[in-house]
Design a protein around this ligand. Structure first.
Ligand code: CUA
Length: 370
């Protein structure tokens, strides 16, 4: 017997652990009763743990569920995910079953001889190379077909929108309509939306899960994608490429309207902002806006700043600041004096020198922008 074949019976006793002080012999391990209450408990956890994980995936309200598509583009992706997932699931279950089976069936026992070794068995090598190759080949056909379908050119009557990503909000330019808006992407139903993606700072990624896949937005190049909504509705989305402190606060909503409602929206977005009546809080707010906000914000007919969102029709949007806040006076009261405090890393400074009345006047003015 060589020096490295130390008998279990003569092995040193463990100093810590459940068998500290007990001779760690196989006989001692075998003496323990086969069924302990602890084993039932671990079995319970083994079932409960995965069950909790699986049930955690169930949600009544899942606005960004890519598995519940609301348009043909998202549906094409979903139609590819499902069969591939089934194939992958079957492979996963078979492989896991075999791993567990072999671990148990051929586990080491002191009196058991070494099992037959199959290393270099040509038939098995060919089998487990050919089977995955065949599976991948089968999956490749629908995958490549879907890639080409998704990359198809937009229809000739498509609405063109340039999406400009910024830290940490989205600007939408409808050059054909002379409209610029932010965070809420308004689109007509039943029509291709041809999107050009640009970034003015870092890499972002544009994603509305129920309408289409995600596409990166890279500074210095223009990426293209299509959106298509079959039903009117508000479809939530977000930036999906880490882009800085408020990456998680860079959300968006695609608002799909019927063609008639979309045309009405476009007509309303154009032209100069309305003039508030003299002597009203809104008129005072407009003067404060002119003194504090025009370097960054555009309001058609008032200012032409391009650092922050165009506010010409601000009151028509349901959300603001990367679509994280509902457009309410209360939220604007928190936002204007302390934007960096409620959205870290934001470019807008804290206007904390304005008193409450001044902030309320600005809010009154913003309320007229519709
Ligand atoms: Cu923009 Cu993450």
């Amino acid at each position: 017997m060589s020096a490295d074949h130390v008998s279990l019976a003569t092995a040193p006793r463990p100093l810590i652990g459940p068998h500290a002080g007990e001779a760690a012999t196989v006989a001692a391990v075998r003496r323990r009763p086969a069924r302990r209450p602890g084993r039932v408990r671990s079995l319970g956890w083994a079932i409960l743990g995965p069950a909790a994980l699986v049930l955690g995936a169930c949600a009544g309200n899942a606005p960004q569920d890519t598995l519940e598509p609301e348009g043909p583009i998202a549906r094409q992706i979903n139609n590819l995910i499902n069969p591939v997932f089934i194939v992958a699931g079957v492979v996963f279950v078979i492989v896991q079953f075999l791993v567990v089976y072999f671990v148990v069936r051929y586990r080491h026992r002191p009196d058991r001889p070494e099992p037959v070794q199959v290393h270099g068995n040509t038939k098995m090598e060919i089998a487990w190379t050919a089977a995955p190759a065949a599976i991948l080949l089968v999956i490749a056909f629908p995958t490549i077909a879907t890639i080409f379908e998704l990359a198809a050119d937009p229809a000739p009557d498509a609405v063109h929108v340039t999406v400009v990503a910024r830290q940490f909000w989205w600007e939408y330019r409808y050059d054909d309509y002379d409209v610029v808006t932010a965070n809420e992407l308004v689109i007509p139903t039943d029509r291709d939306i041809a999107i050009s993606l640009e970034s003015i700072d870092v890499i972002h990624s544009f994603w509305v899960p129920k309408l289409a896949g995600k596409t990166d937005v890279v500074p210095g190049r223009v990426n293209h994608m299509r959106l298509y909504a079959s039903e009117p509705g508000r479809y939530q989305g977000q930036c999906t490429e880490y882009c800085g402190l408020s990456h998680a606060n860079m959300r968006l909503v695609a608002v799909a309207k019927t063609p008639a409602d979309f045309d009405a929206w476009v007509a309303n977005q154009r032209g100069d902002a309305p003039e508030p009546a003299e002597g009203t809080p809104a008129a005072a707010g407009k003067a404060l806006f002119a003194a504090n906000c025009t370097a960054c914000h555009t309001i058609a007919g008032v200012s032409d700043g391009t650092i922050g969102p165009n506010l010409t029709t601000f009151a028509t949007r349901e959300r603001f600041a990367g679509a994280i806040f509902e457009n309410t006076p209360e939220n604007l009261r928190r936002w204007i004096p302390n934007a960096p405090g409620v959205k870290p890393g934001v470019v807008m400074p804290a206007f904390d020198t304005l008193d409450e009345e001044q902030v309320d006047n600005i809010i009154a003015y913003l309320g007229t922008l519709r």
